[in-house]
Design a protein around this ligand. Structure first.
Ligand code: PLP
Length: 217
């Protein structure tokens, strides 16, 4: 399955984040041995434990809701945080990155789904207000590389498609109004096992695929 997905993604230059949450290190090692280097986890403790046990050239992506008091556990090594949903979280990431003398790549998670339970920024205006505030200008240890979103869990593909379109539009809007000269602002993290092909059609640059690769959780 990995080879098949990798081939599909190669055509569209989409990055694969292999979502290994709940899976044992042996399964991750097996996928690493086939060449996969980017893995995504949604729980901090699990992420830190797997980082300790597995090869050090793995790029670990934190993809799930992140509590501020847990940032310190992953700040020394995490390669990207997809789920930045508040200014206070970003401040904490910046602080911990500074302590570790690192720059941590971040994505701004937008709320695009119908479900009330999913986290994220609600509008571009809200994000711009923060980006233009003095507190953001002082954050030198984070690099905002793009946006992330999760579509509604539904079989209605038109709804999912329209949510992906919305995220893409948010990305373009931010690109024009704030990140025009910033070539690092380039990622749209959207698409999971059930909807990644749709996401790619709608402009995803990074898909987060778990169960399709590793089997059911
Ligand atoms: C679990 C998870 C995924 C992967 O889901 P699958 O349906 O198993 O592909 C993607 N993104 C986030 C944020 C997740 O928590």
């Amino acid at each position: 399955m990995l080879e098949k997905i990798q081939k599909e993604l190669l055509k569209t230059k989409t990055t694969l984040v292999a979502v290994s949450k709940t899976k044992p290190t042996s399964s991750i090692q097996a996928m690493y041995d086939k060449g996969q280097r980017i893995f995504g986890e949604n729980r901090v403790q699990e992420l830190a434990e797997k980082y300790e046990k597995l090869p050090k050239d793995i790029q670990w992506h934190a993809i799930g809701h992140l509590q501020r008091n847990k940032v310190k556990f992953i700040a020394p090594f995490v390669s990207m945080i997809h789920s930045v949903d508040s200014s206070r979280l970003l401040e904490e990431i910046n602080k911990r990155a500074m302590e570790n003398k690192r720059v941590i790549n971040c994505l701004l998670q937008f709320h695009i789904a119908e479900e009330a339970s999913k986290f994220g920024w609600q509008s571009v205006e809200e994000v711009l207000e923060f980006l233009n505030s003095p507190s953001f200008t002082k954050m030198n240890n984070i690099q905002i590389q793009g946006v992330m979103g999760m579509a509604t869990f539904t079989n209605d593909t038109e709804q999912v498609r329209s949510e992906f379109k919305r995220l893409k539009a948010y990305f373009e809007d931010l690109k024009i109004s704030y990140f025009a000269d910033n070539h690092e602002f380039k990622e749209i993290s959207m698409g999971m096992s059930g909807d990644y092909q749709l996401a790619i059609e709608e402009g995803s640059t990074m898909v987060r695929i778990g169960s399709l690769l590793f089997g059911k959780r």
